[in-house]
Design a protein around this ligand. Structure first.
Ligand code: CA
Length: 669
């Protein structure tokens, strides 16, 4: 009997232990943290019950709090969660919770970490503090399930337009009703007050771009969504909830479904207009480490530290995430797939991609390919400060060849054209200063190995870092630092208004005739400026907004950009897509002296109708004479005008003259 009673006591104690939610074990290192199978869904709603799950492997206790409101009042119910073997904590509430809100709180070593909507909220209340229980299917606009993405053949065909929601529509001249909102991009027929120019979506269609690249559109921290009357501006590089659209771009940020439905409406309208959608994703850092959802669920795990134990800061924004850790990697992969599946997003631009490790980026590419290989991926192949991993393991520009299907921005070409990032007043090729030629040639071939590009003379990277030309983004300006007009004014002493227009056109001619993927910053096509502000990340609308009245003033500039895009589309030689083909068909022509670059795309490159296409970029303030193969040429671009149909006349080789600060493009048949 004694024996039996002892056994019963043991069983009772064991039962008690298993009923008390406690942390299962201590972990010697992050490597030992269990990684759950399946996806990281934290809330699954049905009419009858809602199941919650949170990965918090070091927690002693986890609570779920339920609220009636997204921002007001205390919780109406607290639910203790139960630990599972895979590091997650679970709870099921057998009620219809539709319309309620929730947070988690995690206790570790007797310390409650603070309320968090979890790391994977899909809907939130105002300012992203509480997660919302909604039925995602109720957020689908009509026709969502049958909507079709615009056709996509090759990344070589892509033309990217980088834009901020507020910039594009907030100016009174946009004629757009939903200013600064996602659904501004659903409005058709919008015009300037004088009816002279189309704006917004109609403008994008007219311009001919294939992809819009949206500056951060996930939920970020810096704008108080409850005070939108303040008209505060931010680029949004301060992530809060990675898998929810930003509330300030919704017409009703208090209602969780509003931002979700309106984001989808935007994607749908763009797709219908033949334009694909790229999101700027910022997994490399969070807004504030200590109060972040990551840190409140698994302290320390999601962020790198320096050797001295302090937080690493490769982003220069206060922290640096740890993509190499299995849960962070899993999180990033899942997040990208989620935006593709739930929001039909077509591409991703990785902010400070050089902070992430190569393996993670390749895993993302692999997972994306399995779902849809037409999704494009590119990023900034650098970091703001040296990250805490060996340089050869990071997704830095120099390692691009080890990341097939992923592209990086070429600062070589950008700065070869207009001068370095860290000095607004230093010009280069466009300013008539010699020395940028090899860096621009590097960009023209798409950063691939080419016998005529002398890598020793290229400004930054001394290696041909792209395996294929579509692994290079070709650009001269983006949201960062000065826009093109401001930069030219700052770096070309004594520039006249006429020269400003000429050099603006010449700069983008290099971009659009490059074998890399061309990329322009919104408004460059109508000469937008930012009043000389280098870093406009929180500047007011008076700096950042696009004044659409410029379009009529600079109709010739718009026509030129539009013409360059049309020319690129009409001639496959400009978008060969393959390094082998570029080496075979792209030949630089000899020129005397500096500040002139001439090349030909020869032998019906990539099936082009033209036998030879000749491109000459003349940044000199004098007319330049260039020797080309003797032939009769149809002129496509001359003296600051572009014409795809050859209405600019004909020229004959072997000697041609190119006017000061202009480009000449012509083809022989
Ligand atoms: Ca927000």
């Amino acid at each position: 009997m004694k024996q039996v009673s002892f056994l019963m006591t043991v069983v009772l104690v064991m039962l008690l232990i298993s009923c008390t939610p406690t942390r299962k074990k201590e972990y010697a290192s992050f490597d030992e943290y269990p990684v759950p199978n399946g996806d990281l869904t934290e809330m699954e709603y049905t009419v009858h019950s809602t199941t919650f799950s949170l990965w918090a492997p070091t927690a002693d206790e986890v609570r779920l709090m339920l609220f009636d409101s997204g921002h007001e009042g205390h919780e109406y119910q607290t639910v203790p969660m139960e630990p599972a073997d895979d590091g997650t904590w679970k709870a099921t509430v057998e009620k219809n919770l539709l319309g309620k809100f929730y947070t988690f709180n995690v206790k570790i070593n007797d310390k409650w970490q603070g309320d968090t909507p979890g790391i994977n909220a899909k809907a939130v209340g105002i300012n992203g503090k509480r997660a919302a229980i909604i039925d995602m299917r109720m957020t689908d606009p009509e026709g969502w399930n049958t909507e079709v993405k615009p056709a996509f053949k090759s990344p070589a065909d892509v033309v990217i337009y980088e834009m901020h929601h507020r910039d594009l529509s907030v100016h009174f001249s946009s004629g757009i009703k939903n200013k600064g909102k996602f659904i501004a991009l659903t409005e058709r027929g919008t015009k300037t007050p004088d009816s002279l120019s189309t704006t917004g979506l109609d403008h994008l269609i007219d311009l001919g771009i294939t992809h819009v690249h949206l500056l951060p559109s996930f939920d970020y921290a810096s704008i108080d969504e409850s005070k939108l009357k303040d008209k505060k501006y931010n680029w949004g590089y301060d992530p809060l909830n990675y898998n929810v659209p930003e509330g300030s771009y919704a017409t009703d940020p208090f209602t969780p479904s509003s931002r979700i439905r309106e984001f989808k409406k935007m994607v749908m309208a763009l797709h219908k207009a033949g334009i694909r959608v790229i999101m700027d994703v910022v997994y490399n850092h969070v807004n504030d480490l200590e109060s972040s959802n990551f840190e409140r669920t698994a302290p320390g795990y999601f962020f790198r530290k320096k050797k001295d134990g302090s937080w690493a800061n490769g982003s220069a924004c206060g922290n640096e995430t740890a993509s190499e850790r299995p849960m962070m990697r899993k999180y990033m992969i899942e997040s990208v797939l989620y935006w593709m599946k739930e929001y039909h997003v077509d591409g991703f631009r990785f902010d400070l991609m050089g902070i992430h490790d190569i393996e993670t980026m390749n895993e993302i590419r692999k997972a994306v390919n399995a779902a849809d290989p037409s999704i494009i991926i590119y990023g900034e192949g650098w970091a703001a400060e040296a990250p805490q991993l060996p340089a050869d393991s990071l997704a830095m520009k120099a390692n691009t060849q080890r990341m097939p299907g992923i592209a990086a921005f070429s600062d070589e070409m950008r700065d070869g054209l207009r001068g370095p990032f860290n000095n607004n007043h230093k010009g280069a090729f466009l300013a008539g200063i010699p020395g940028g030629e090899q860096s621009i040639k590097f960009g023209i071939v798409g950063a691939v190995k080419h016998p005529q590009v002398h890598l020793d003379s290229v400004n930054y990277t001394k290696i041909a870092w792209a395996g294929e030309p579509t692994q290079m983004i070709s650009y001269v300006s983006c949201h960062d630092d000065m826009c093109l007009v401001d930069r030219l004014q700052a770096s070309v002493p004594g520039i006249t208004p006429k020269q400003l227009v000429l050099l603006d056109k010449l700069a983008q001619t290099a971009v659009f005739t490059s074998q890399g993927i061309p990329f322009i910053y919104a408004g460059e096509e109508i000469m937008r400026d930012k009043k000389g502000v280098h870093n406009s990340f929180e500047s007011p609308d008076s700096i950042n907004a696009i004044d659409w009245r410029l379009k009529a003033l600079h109709a010739d500039v718009f026509a030129y950009y539009k013409g360059l895009i049309a020319l690129r589309k009409a001639h496959p030689a400009f978008r060969m897509g393959k390094a082998e083909m570029v080496r075979k068909h792209l030949e630089f022509l000899p020129v005397d002296g500096s500040n002139v670059i001439a090349f030909r795309l020869k032998g019906h490159a990539n099936g082009d109708a033209c036998q030879d296409l000749i491109v000459i970029l003349n940044a000199r303030t004098q007319m330049s004479k260039v020797t080309v193969p003797a032939a009769k040429y149809t002129v496509f671009c001359k003296d600051g005008f572009v014409s795809v149909d050859g209405s600019l006349g004909t020229l004959y080789g072997p000697e041609v003259y190119v006017a000061p600060q202009t480009a000449l493009i012509m083809g022989s048949y």
